[in-house]
Write a protein that binds this ligand. Structure first.
Ligand code: TYD
Ligand code: MG
Length: 456
């Protein structure tokens, strides 16, 4: 058997160096290398022969998802949690991850099954305080201090629960390893340990992870490849609406979105988010455009607003829910391809605390900016979607039929759509206008823009 071999592992980036040096050759961190015994395949399986087998003779171990009883959560998962699966739920701090998973635990425990919450983010008395606000706590909902991964493993072995939630992956640590909780090496090692045990014990494990807006490289998304399912929980903490989507799902499609409202007594499913998103919309305001966005496969009608302030021309736009650099690009396309100059300080917002990351929002943002700049109102019954290219061309986006059906259901009767949208994508009675370019879109909605553009 090969002798264990020493290597040097960086506590900051998990990079490997064959000998000790003062600075990690991978990430450049000083004094971060520690001696570690190499554990490779030969050491783990001395003398083992690795043989490949015909795939068609290998049975599938796909197990059925088990519903948790939190319907929107189950819907996103394609029915529920699979035994032995590992799910990562990530989102910004304060969005409601702990609340959501507490409700999932309470729901599963409500049927008499033992479930375990390993909480390191909050003390057990804080967890108990929250639990009181969310209703009765079932007797079989067990909680433990989740700072030490070995204690979490021990609880899984002792109770063989129907579900384990670890809140969060950034606060649990393996005290045999160097580095603080939250470092990439610790997060990876703990996720690997819990995954291995969850799979062998057939216990579904749900891990919570925080992400910051800038995307922390040592954050939970760095372990996405280790887990079966990755769910994003998003929303603005100042608004009530929360959207749960599957970013990765080994046991089914990733298209479904779960919509919740954060209330005083926890998260509630929202079957129809329309009134929450468009309920307070004021008609007849320049700079307002409605777009049917897709969250997963689910269409949501979101109002995009633009406003021009008195500040300096050319400053970086302020935006909420829409990427500011995308707004800058759209301002350039408006100016160069449609001769619409948007002066002053630019504010753009997706109303309701929704983040829109899909390019389908481009045309709506461009029209909202032009509408604000010209002080002219777009028709109140119009929705708009389409990606904009740098040449000012309107490009196809997926799900035109689902977007149009949702808009029609909510009472919108016309739509500006990309040129290749098939005629039968719209429900009977809805008027769709295909526009090939931004200029065409501007001229179609408010003909006076053509005169403004031509006179420049
Ligand atoms: P939390 O679940 O702690 O968020 P995360 O785990 O993602 O950081 O909850 C976040 C916020 O939600 C908290 O600031 C208060 C609010 N909240 C409610 O509005 N209603 C409730 O019933 C609960 C439990 C929390
Ligand atoms: Mg939390």
């Amino acid at each position: 058997m090969a002798r264990p071999m020493e290597i040097y592992l960086c506590t900051a980036c998990e990079g490997v160096a064959p000998q000790w040096v003062g600075r990690c050759p991978v990430c450049g961190q000083w004094n971060s290398l520690v001696a570690t015994v190499r554990r490779d395949a030969m050491a783990a399986h001395p003398g083992a022969l690795c043989a490949a087998v015909p795939l068609r003779h290998v049975g599938s171990d796909a197990s059925l998802p088990v519903p948790t009883g939190v319907t929107e959560f189950d819907r996103v998962l394609g029915g529920g949690l699979v035994a032995g699966s590992v799910t990562l739920v990530f989102g910004p701090p304060g969005v409601g991850k702990s609340t959501l998973l507490f409700q999932v635990l309470a729901s599963v425990a409500g049927s008499g099954a033992v479930v375990v919450l390993a909480s390191a983010e909050e003390s057990l008395s804080q967890v108990s305080g929250r639990a009181g606000r969310l209703g009765a706590v079932p007797e079989t909902l067990l909680a433990l201090d989740g700072h030490d991964v070995a204690a979490v493993e021990a609880a899984i072995i002792r109770h063989s629960p129907a579900l384990v939630v670890v809140d969060s992956v950034q606060t649990v640590a393996d005290d045999q390893l160097p580095g603080a909780a939250g470092s990439l090496a610790q997060v990876r090692a703990c996720v690997e340990r819990l995954t291995r045990l969850g799979k062998s014990a057939g216990v579904p494990v749900v891990l919570v992870g925080h992400v910051t807006k800038d995307g922390d490289p040592a954050g939970p998304r760095a372990v996405e490849h280790l887990v079966d399912t990755v769910l994003s929980f998003d929303g603005d903490r100042h608004h009530a609406l929360r959207v749960l989507t599957a970013v990765k799902h080994r046991f089914g499609p990733t298209g479904e979105a779960g919509i919740f409202e954060m209330r005083d007594d926890g998260l509630r499913a929202v079957p129809d988010p329309g009134p929450l998103l468009l309920g307070d919309r004021m008609a007849g305001i320049p700079g307002s455009v409605v777009i049917p966005v897709l969250q997963g496969r689910r269409p949501l009608l979101v109002e995009v607003q633009a406003l021009l302030g008195p500040g300096a021309f050319g400053a970086r736009p302020h935006s909420s829910g829409i990427d500011a650099s995308r707004v800058t690009l759209l301002l350039a396309v408006l100016s160069r391809r449609a001769a619409v100059e948007v002066g002053g300080e630019v504010f753009v917002a997706a109303v309701g605390g929704i983040s829109i990351t899909e390019p389908a929002v481009d045309l709506a943002v461009a029209l909202a900016l032009a509408s604000a700049a010209q002080g002219r109102v777009l028709p109140a019954d119009l929705v708009v979607f389409g990606e904009l290219g740098l040449a000012g061309e309107v490009r196809m986006v997926p799900g035109a039929d689902r977007r149009l059906a949702e808009a029609w259901r909510a009472g919108f009767t016309s739509a500006l759509v990309p040129p290749s949208t098939p005629a039968d994508a719209a429900p009977p009675g809805m008027e769709i206008r295909r526009v090939g370019t931004l200029t065409e879109a501007l001229n179609t909605t408010i003909p006076v823009w053509s005169t403004v553009a031509a006179s420049r």
